[in-house]
Design a protein around this ligand. Structure first.
Ligand code: S3P
Length: 172
């Protein structure tokens, strides 16, 4: 299957890159967080508040298993999608997993700008560094392709993804 899953820590630019990628590939963009909000009829912070992180993760895994049945999609995943191995297996068996990477400083700067992300609300740079390093192994395991989104701008990141997908024979 030829889905493209964009993964990476919060604030690495998955949603923006997903839209740009669509200019190169005639695929549908799926925003997982937005889809979860629609299914649950609640905002992400409300889901965390009412159902806890586990409740959010259950909704996330359930939605992913439905999405993975379709083809030709660019899926912008929530940053924590890699926290369950079953999600990694689902993504890998239904497409290519593209990881966007960025430095903790860049991430901290970006995620501090709004309070839509309950897991990083009020967190310090050191807290973010710890979260990133706790997840590093999972991101590495999941990724077929990794692109550094700290040093490249959105257009460059997008071109690099297209180039690497082509090189890996994943655009056929
Ligand atoms: C999360 C990332 C968020 C959202 C939720 C949890 C995470 O998505 O799914 O707040 O655990 O990293 P973004 O990466 O799109 O911000």
């Amino acid at each position: 299957m030829n889905n493209i899953y964009l993964i990476g820590f919060m604030g690495t630019g998955k949603s923006t890159v997903a839209k740009k990628l669509q200019r190169f590939l005639p695929f549908q963009v799926v925003e997982m967080d937005e889809a979860i909000e629609r299914v649950e009829a609640m905002s992400i912070p409300e889901i965390f508040e009412k159902k806890g992180e586990d409740g959010f993760r259950n909704a996330e895994s359930q939605l992913l298993s439905i999405i993975a049945k379709e083809n030709n999609q660019i899926i912008s995943c929530g940053g924590g999608i890699v926290l369950r191995q079953e999600n990694i297996d689902t993504m890998k068996s239904s497409g290519t997993v593209v990881r966007l990477d960025a430095t903790p400083e860049v991430i901290f700067d970006r995620v501090n700008r709004n309070d839509k992300r309950p897991l990083v609300k009020g967190k310090t740079l050191d807290d973010i560094k710890k979260m990133i390093s706790d997840r590093e192994e999972a991101y590495k395991n999941a990724a077929d392709i990794t692109v550094d989104a700290s040093t490249l701008n959105v257009d460059e990141v997008t071109s690099e993804i297209v180039k690497q997908l082509a090189l890996a024979g994943r655009l056929n």
